[in-house]
Write a protein that binds this ligand. Structure first.
Ligand SMILES: [Zn+2]
Ligand SMILES: [Zn+2]
Length: 389
């Protein structure tokens, strides 16, 4: 069995906790109930509990021996604002809220590691269990760092895990360098001159301008970015108009931009602004780009990524660990912790994306059979990092 044998005693309780959190999902910075469960369980198992960092965030701490070395293990606790379509008994009981990204599983895996490490204390040093709020767009990880996470709880390195549907249970993956992208948002507001749709020549049409902007933006990844680099511009919303026979005065376009390198990010923002303003001017109208930088790219530190892969291989077997997995254009606010401390992010297999069981899908569910793998990984990571010399 590729897991720590003692964990068998905790599995039923952990599965129950995971499903209870799944049934009671909470949006970023509102994770009061989830944080209560985490705090109560940590205290019950003899872990020192610190509450109130980034509002609903929690840090649990255990120490053993004389070593000053410390490791941080991080999980996220929040859900998504979407309606769950699953019918199983532990489906969401909160309308319009759902654990569709598996943060219920992440929180539970970290709890399991805390339980095991608090009971066995087979290490020399300090383990900080970081339960962060608001990963889904709220930047709870950034807020925790800004509120002094690593000053109050110094860590030599910090690690996190995210489940990956479509990747078999018992498999893990990581890489040195960029793992997840920078996630930026933008709004384009076009101000044209509308009127009767039968007489378009008397004004300027924000739809024609907007359509041209949407198409031209795609030339940035295709013709401005080095083909070896990665960049994505996706439109997520377009709002304008109210009648079949009226050309409106304005159009609102919004979306997301993904990149890995700072130079690429700068270039994307600059070229988008030029295209938006230039295209509108071409048609005698005006348009402005509001570009807002979100999470920085998640960049794993090479030594920590290699160390985490070694531990994963110990749990899962070398053939089940991808040490140089392809990066993803998704984003993660664990990136803020990796800017402050060395560390690495791991992906843990969630099994086939059965029945639309993909992240942010209304039929997603965290796979409980991955719990022992993740718990063993977190636990062994701490034991190896803090090995008595
Ligand atoms: Zn997510
Ligand atoms: Zn997530």
């Amino acid at each position: 069995m590729p897991i720590i044998p003692e964990l068998r005693d905790y599995l039923d309780e952990l599965t129950a906790i995971r499903r209870d959190i799944h049934a009671h999902p909470e949006i970023g910075f509102e994770e009061e109930r989830t944080a209560d469960i985490v705090a109560v369980k940590l205290a019950e198992w003899g872990v020192e509990v610190h509450r109130g960092l980034a509002k609903t965030g929690i840090v649990g701490t255990i120490r053993r021996g004389n070593s000053l070395r410390a490791i941080g293990l991080r999980a996220d606790m929040d859900c998504l604002p979407m309606q769950e379509m699953n019918q199983f008994p532990h489906r969401s009981t909160h309308d319009g809220k759902m654990h569709a990204c598996g943060h219920d599983g992440h929180t539970t895996m970290l709890l399991g590691a805390a339980h095991y490490l608090a009971a066995t204390r087979n290490f020399d040093g300090t383990v900080h269990f970081i339960f962060q709020p608001g990963e889904e767009g709220f930047g709870g990880g950034r807020v925790m760092v800004e509120e002094g996470l690593f000053d109050k709880f110094p860590c030599d390195a910090v690690f996190a895990m995210h489940n990956k549907p479509g990747f078999p249970v018992g498999h893990m993956a990581t890489r040195a360098g960029p793992m997840l992208a920078a996630t930026d948002r933008f709004d384009i507001r076009i101000k044209a001159r509308g009127g009767h749709a039968a007489y378009p020549h008397l004004g300027s049409d924000p739809f024609v301008i907007g359509a041209q902007i949407v198409m031209t933006l795609q030339t940035i990844p295709a013709r401005n970015i080095d083909p070896i680099d990665s960049a994505v511009i996706s439109i997520g919303l377009m709002r304008g108009g109210s009648a079949y026979n009226v050309i409106p005065d304005d159009l609102h376009i919004g979306g997301t931009v993904r990149s890995f390198r700072p130079e690429v990010r700068d270039l994307l923002e600059r070229r988008m602004s030029e295209i938006v303003r230039g295209t509108a001017a071409l048609h005698g109208a005006e348009a402005a780009l509001d570009y807002r930088r979100g999470y920085p790219p998640t960049i794993n530190h090479a030594a920590e990524a290699a160390f985490a892969a070694d531990v994963a291989a110990e749990i899962c077997g070398e053939e089940q660990v991808e040490r140089n997995v392809a990066p993803s254009m998704g984003g993660e606010d664990f990136s803020y912790m990796l800017l402050a401390r060395p560390g690495a992010m791991m992906w843990i297999g969630n099994g086939p994306g059965e029945g639309g069981c993909m992240l942010h899908n209304a039929r997603y569910d965290f796979n409980d059979t991955a719990l022992p793998v993740g718990v063993s990984f977190f636990a062994r990571l701490a034991e190896r990092f803090l090995e008595a010399k």
